[in-house]
Design a protein around this ligand. Sequence first.
Ligand SMILES: Nc1nc2c(ncn2[C@@H]2O[C@H](COP(=O)(O)OP(=O)(O)OP(=O)(O)O)[C@@H](O)[C@H]2O)c(=O)[nH]1
Ligand SMILES: [Mg+2]
Length: 443
Amino acid sequence: MQESDTDISFQSSQECVLLLPLPLDDRQEFLNEEMRQLLESGHYSIIKEFTISSNNPKYYFSPSFLHEIKSEIESESIQPLIVVGTHLSPKQGINLEELFACDVIDKFDLILEIFEQRAMTEESKLQIELATLKYERPRERLRLMHKLGLEGAWHTERTGFWGTGEHPLNVFDASMTKRESNLKNKLVTLSQQREKRRDSRKRFHYDSLYVSIIGYTSAGKSTIQNSLTNSYTSQVSSRLFQTLDTRIRSFQIEDLKVFVTDTVGFIEDLPTFLIDSFKSTLEESLAADILLIVIDGSEKIKHLLQKTLVTVQTINELNPQNYRILVLNKIDLLDSEALNERLEFLKQHFPDLELIPISAIKNVEPLLVKIGNFQPKQRFKCVYSPPNHQFRAFCYEFTNVEQESFENSDWEIIISLRKPKFGIEILKHRARSLGVQLEMEAI
Ligand SMILES: Nc1nc2c(ncn2[C@@H]2O[C@H](COP(=O)(O)OP(=O)(O)OP(=O)(O)O)[C@@H](O)[C@H]2O)c(=O)[nH]1
Ligand SMILES: [Mg+2]
């Protein structure tokens, strides 16, 4: 049985009025639709929606329309929260709050809220706290300036003392900077601990394969992880950003152990400060042998291209050095014509990436075959002297020993390695530390 939702799905929804930019092109239409989905994921219900032309620096939206909306809301005695389907500058957010005399949140606030609801581990909670602090800081500062009547002239009036104490803006800046650096320090410590754990794991499993699943939110990453590993431990849901915390699961293909990492999904317009906060976890996830870039095949082609571009560009910015496969998922929802159309389209736009169509819920076999054949073992003849029991035991523990013989005071063993570069390095290092002469030759 698949788990469909986390317990937060029992949360009651909050009513809101949604203001969206007028969709003058396909991209904006796509972003507006995504905003509605984000609201659903964040447990909001939209009681009214307006699409408005956006050409005003003070309010972002055209003020005449905003006044009409305000009258309409007031006449219906609605006391809503206003949600804006785009990113606002701090000043625009405050101006809109004043105009509507109610709370206003923008797309980034909403994403942060959803992330906060979903974060499970100490690290992701701190990452969200840091991102929220960074995003709210300029707005809070403006509010304070407003309260102090300092707007526009603060740099000249700020110097000196404020009554008998320090200037409130200085106090605010100092406290924010302190909170930010505390959070950063805690995150560095956690990241170092993770790094240590990863090193020891990698050393131990150097003959295993690491696969990371990356992709747009709701593309089916967690479902793929569940199907590959035959477990239902990762939460799957049609809500956006279901997964926030990196989850590693393993499975076996014959003698090959495969570790599969599921990660947070991407979205167009994901704020850079949020990517920065998640950078260390994302980078760790990207340090895999194979990167599966998952695409939701059931999307309309234009959305599919947009989402794939966002994902590939985000990955390229982090510059991982690994093998990448485009996984066209949910093909059970496509007829053969629609499937061929998408395959052709993706080949044309991403000629350098291998393409594998699958259905995570019906058939992941093509992916299993690819992973199983990805790194065939290579055989090596190792000749070492003098005889050394510790080195011999090390070879047995960390490689596949196929044959062993003793000739002219040299020990000869035939081993096979799946990751030769790494394996050779480890064997040579071990031999050196034990005072053993080692010659290795691929056969
Ligand atoms: N029909 C069909 N539905 C699928 C398939 N794979 C995933 N889904 C559905 O797509 C939705 C999203 O799946 P998830 O696995 O949660 O997607 P995700 O990429 O992990 O999403 P986030 O964690 O939110 O980024 C769920 O409702 C799944 O049941 C598939 O191959 N076919
Ligand atoms: Mg997921």
